[in-house]
Write a protein that binds this ligand. Structure first.
Ligand code: KIV
Length: 278
């Protein structure tokens, strides 16, 4: 089915996304494999190879502990399946915070070994020198402010940001620092609406919200969440557009029943077996 919005045919670059500030909202989703990327590619503007892969694919409690090699392997797979959308790969926790040079070494590997258009990293004022270094070296950066999953050590500690003036001021400072350092856009995660609105009105680059209200210039979700494929936990900000987990369970149950009843494989699924005549 063709999307309602006329999708640009050309490859969507970070620069094209930057120019979407205040325009048609940016649509972004996560993918970790080629097959997922092929499905999303004609429909979305940005595909994020998110470090949420840690929880969704590897069953880890948080995103902390993922290696650069793992992100590169998933990034490479996603790039193979994406012809149009802008592919961005998350830099995992521990691969960029120590210094701008560490961030450059990690980001340079990611773009060279995956072919992705950009990297994403979490934080604001503290990582601004790293963002500046990457952008100066020609590596586009998607920022990430507000709730920062890489700084959360236990899954239960995910807290909405900006409920009080002090925390709101910190996040706004972070957003300004990310924009000033040269990021082409930024994710705002888990943030109250007035703060997301204030950031979006303040910074000159697009904001892409996740649990950050429609005030943002675009929206991103974890694909497994919106498809109902991740059963462990559904955050309040997720709308489930399908229940593919249940559909998959029913399909597997029918397969198991067919095998046990010797209904599968049927003659048409076999080599060297003639189908019965009517
Ligand atoms: O890792 C991730 O999936 C993210 C979200 C913003 C979608 O960073």
């Amino acid at each position: 089915m063709a999307p309602d919005y006329p999708m640009p045919a050309e490859r969507i670059t970070p620069e094209l996304l930057r120019a979407r500030k205040g325009g048609v909202p940016i649509v972004a989703l996560t993918a970790y494999s080629k097959a997922e990327a092929q499905r999303l590619d004609p429909l979305v503007d940005l595909i994020l190879v998110g470090d949420s892969v840690a929880m969704i694919v590897y069953g880890m409690d948080t995103t902390v502990g993922l290696t650069l090699e793992t992100m590169i392997a998933h990034g490479r797979a996603v790039v193979r399946g994406a012809k149009r959308a802008c592919v961005v790969v998350d830099l995992p926790a521990g691969s960029y915070e120590r210094s701008a040079e560490q961030a450059y070494a990690s980001a340079a590997r990611v773009v060279a070994e995956t072919g992705a258009a950009a990297v994403k990293l979490e934080g604001g004022v503290a990582v601004a020198p790293a963002i500046r270094r990457l952008v100066g070296a020609g590596i586009p950066v998607l920022g990430h402010v507000g709730l920062l999953p890489q700084s959360v050590t236990e899954a239960g500690a995910f807290r909405v940001q900006g409920r009080d003036d002090l925390s709101a001021a910190h996040v706004l400072d972070d957003a300004r620092a990310v924009a000033e350092a040269g990021a082409f856009a930024m994710v705002i995660e888990g943030t109250v609406e007035p703060l997301a609105r204030c950031i979006t009105e303040t910074v000159p680059i697009p904001t892409i919200g996740i649990g950050a209200s429609p005030a943002c210039d675009g929206q991103i979700l974890v694909t497994h969440d919106l498809l109902g494929l991740f059963a462990d936990f559904t955050p309040k900000f997720v709308k489930r557009y399908a229940e593919l987990g249940e559909a998959a369970e029913q399909a597997v149950r029918r397969f198991a029943d067919d095998v046990r009843a010797r209904r599968f494989p049927a003659p048409e699924h076999c080599f060297g077996v003639k189908p019965p005549k009517d």
